[in-house]
Each structure stands twice: as structure tokens, then as C-alpha cells.
Ligand binder design. Structure first.
Ligand code: ZN
Length: 274
């Protein structure tokens, strides 16, 4: 599943198209055009609203958490990559293409999504910013929180690993990077938020920033490709490494499910707090 670094990489792919005028919109599979990010239902008027992009000039795309926004004059798009969605710039229509936008320099960007959990939502440009932020906490990458700020946002008896995935506390933290950040911060995933002290919050704040920038580097190097393409090299420190030796201390990595999500940690250097 794309996490924040992949979504940001998609945004960066679209940036060079800013300033170019849309000359055509293609809809090879309109089922991914939805009336809102939060619904799975098809948007009956979506095709017509997408066609309105023709003639408009693209702005620089924006991102909040795992949501993308892109405005074109008075019109706009929201996008969520779901499980397998991504944007691709290609002359020929790629397999599983849902939506394509051709620009005045001849380039076409396609929204491709084999498993169809992602979507594109046509909205008025004026609504893009609010729709991107609705229900989300500060962006984990663009608005890094201090330890004290994190502590204030995570006042809950819930386990830190589970709470880190609450997008209304911190937008963009996904399962893999939460697991990796906790390892970096030497924190056991089951630690209750209320049991973390100031030092632990500071360590976690730094670890989240380090981890997300590391994730961006991995994506830039195509190191997370295995997540979607079945390549076997695991680029992570603890994620997916149950039973292997901890790369930091040699302890045996544990893997268990927490709140339905795979969770990994080293019991030796991420000890459970009393
Ligand atoms: Zn360890």
C-alpha cells in the first residue's frame, strides 16, 4: 500500500506538468472517478467534470497526508492512491489506466490502479484545500512535530503503534513507517501513549522525520518497488523481518498483528516499559 513517501513521490512526478495547458482528458475506465474520497460509488457526472479541465492550466500539485490535490484554474482534482494507484507519464495508455490528462507539450499523465481502491475526485478548485485537510492532523513530513507537540496530540491510553496510524492526530503515518520509526526510537509498539515520557516523545519525533526522509530516498531509488511489484528485497530495518536478527543489537525480531496490522519490533532494544 502506498505510504506517505510514495504519495509525495507521485506529487513530485506531477510538478513538472504545472504551467502546462490541458488539451485532452481520457477516461479508459471511469469507475475510479468518484464523487468524494470517502466513497466507493461511481461519480455519475464525473466524466463531464473531468472534461472541464480541457483548456485549463495546471498548478503545482499539493499533498496532505496520503491525499493529493491538483488545481487547474477554477477546477480541481483530489486523488487517493488506495492500494495500488499511481500516476504515470507515458505516451501510450498503460495497462489498468483509469484517467489520462494530455498537456500542450504532448505529455500525458495517467492514473493507473490495478486493484481499484484508489480514486480521482473532480471538485471545484476552491474546495481542494479544505477537502485535502478535512479530518487530518498536521502532515508528518511537511509539518514535523516536536516531542512536546506529539505528546499533546497523543493523549490517549492506546498503544503508540496503533495511535500513530490515527490520521487525525498525525497525517500520513502508515503501518510500515510507524513500525520503522518506533524501532529507530527504541520504543516498544505496545507502549501506552500516556506512559511515554518527554525523552521518548523527543526520540519519536526525530525518528518519524528521519524515517519519512529515508522513505523518500528509498522511493527515489525505487527501493520500495517490492511493495507493489513483488520484488523480494526488503529495504526495511524491522518490517517484514520476524525471526531475523536485529540489525542494531542482534536480538530476534518479533512479528505480531496489532489492530489488524502487521507489527514488528526487537524485544531487546525496544523493551516493554513497566
Ligand atoms: Zn535490537
Amino acid at each position: 500500500m502506498p505510504e506517505l513517501p510514495e504519495v509525495e513521490a507521485n506529487r513530485r512526478l506531477l510538478i513538472p506538468l504545472a504551467g502546462h495547458r490541458v488539451t485532452a482528458v481520457h477516461l479508459p475506465d471511469p469507475t475510479s472517478v468518484r464523487p468524494a474520497l470517502s466513497t466507493k460509488s461511481k461519480d455519475a457526472g464525473g466524466a463531464e467534470r473531468l472534461t472541464a479541465l480541457v483548456g485549463q492550466v495546471a498548478d503545482v500539485p499539493t499533498r496532505k497526508g496520503k491525499r493529493l490535490g491538483w488545481t487547474f484554474g477554477p477546477h480541481g482534482l483530489l486523488a487517493h492512491l488506495g492500494m495500488t494507484g499511481r500516476f504515470v507519464v507515458a505516451d501510450a495508455e498503460p495497462r489498468w489506466a483509469k484517467v489520462g490528462i494530455t498537456f500542450d507539450d504532448g505529455r500525458t499523465v495517467w492514473f493507473v490502479d490495478p486493484r481499484r481502491f484508489g480514486c480521482v475526485v473532480p471538485v471545484d478548485a476552491a474546495k481542494v484545500s479544505a477537502a485535502l485537510s478535512q479530518g487530518l492532523g498536521p502532515d508528518a513530513l511537511d509539518d514535523p512535530q516536536s516531542g512536546a507537540q506529539l505528546a499533546a496530540r497523543f493523549v490517549t491510553p492506546r498503544a503508540i503503534k496503533v495511535a500513530l496510524l490515527d490520521q487525525d492526530r498525525l497525517a500520513g503515518m502508515g503501518n510500515i513507517h510507524a513500525v520503522e520509526a518506533l524501532w529507530r526510537a527504541h520504543l516498544h509498539p505496545d507502549t501506552r501513549c500516556v506512559d511515554l515520557d518527554a525523552k521518548a516523545w523527543d526520540a519519536l519525533a526525530a525518528a518519524i522525520t528521519t524515517q519519512l526522509h529515508h522513505g523518500l530516498d528509498l522511493v527515489a531509488a525505487d527501493g520500495i518497488a517490492y511493495l507493489s511489484d513483488g520484488v523480494i528485497t526488503n529495504p526495511f530495518e524491522v518490517y517484514g523481518r520476524a525471526g531475523e536478527a536485529c540489525r542494531r543489537c542482534g536480538g530476534r525480531i518479533q512479528g505480531e498483528v496489532r489492530a489488524g496490522r502487521s507489527t514488528f519490533w526487537c524485544p531487546d532494544c525496544q523493551p516493554q516499559r513497566a
